[in-house]
Design a protein around this ligand. Structure first.
Ligand SMILES: Nc1nc2c(ncn2[C@@H]2O[C@H](COP(=O)(O)OP(=O)(O)OP(=O)(O)O)[C@@H](O)[C@H]2O)c(=O)[nH]1
Ligand SMILES: [Mg+2]
Length: 174
């Protein structure tokens, strides 16, 4: 039987690979100071019962336009066609206001009625006030949404996230 998948997406450098490593408590996804490191769609089998999918960051300006288009197409194709994709996590840097590219991505998720949550990353470096503003900004455009606050550096919010994923897995095996 094909195994369930959880996808992690978000702009380049937002902390996808770091979060995946924090979740599995191992270094499997490549972390880098230079944005645009994850180029291919990387899939990691966890505990032999589900997959974590590390998607390449969108909005990496240093790539050519044609290259970006190609990336976008392969990500969209994957997100639209994978029937074992249980949940999409969109990562947003908690230090900054969500970018237009983030908002477009949410719009896409809403339009295609995808099951998603937003993860505000790097909370060790942000202020609660900025996070609240980002939450309001998204709510004003798209209504209520599920979200998590995480710091891979300080291992904050990782347990909540794992619990959420576990509940999905429990429900399907029940
Ligand atoms: N302070 C802080 N830095 C973090 C955190 N998570 C990631 N970083 C840093 O952010 C940078 C990018 O992290 P990655 O995990 O490689 O980001 P990514 O989203 O996988 O990037 P791409 O593969 O380029 O799309 C690295 O320098 C990390 O050390 C965090 O929770 N706190
Ligand atoms: Mg990465």
């Amino acid at each position: 039987m094909p195994l369930p998948q959880f996808a992690f997406c978000g702009r380049s450098n937002v902390g996808k690979s770091s979060l995946i490593n924090a979740i599995v408590s191992r270094k499997i996804a490549f972390v880098s100071k230079n944005p645009g490191k994850t180029i291919l769609i990387n899939t990691f089998l966890v505990n032999e019962n589900f997959y974590i999918v590390d998607l390449p960051g969108y909005g990496y300006a240093k790539r050519s336009k044609a290259m970006r288009k190609k990336w976008q197409k392969s990500i969209e194709e994957y997100l639209s066609n994978s029937n074992m994709l249980f949940h999409i996590f969109l990562l947003i840097d908690s230090r900054h206001k969500p970018l237009d590219s983030d908002m477009q991505f949410i719009e896409w998720l809403k339009y295609y009625k995808k099951d998603f949550s937003i993860i505000f990353t790097k909370t060790d470096k942000s202020k609660q006030k900025d996070i609240s503003e980002s939450i309001k900004y998204i709510k004003d455009s798209f209504g209520d949404f599920n979200y998590f606050l995480t710091s891979s550096a300080k291992k904050k919010g990782i347990n909540n996230l794992c619990e959420f994923m576990n509940n999905f897995l429990k429900n399907i095996s029940a």
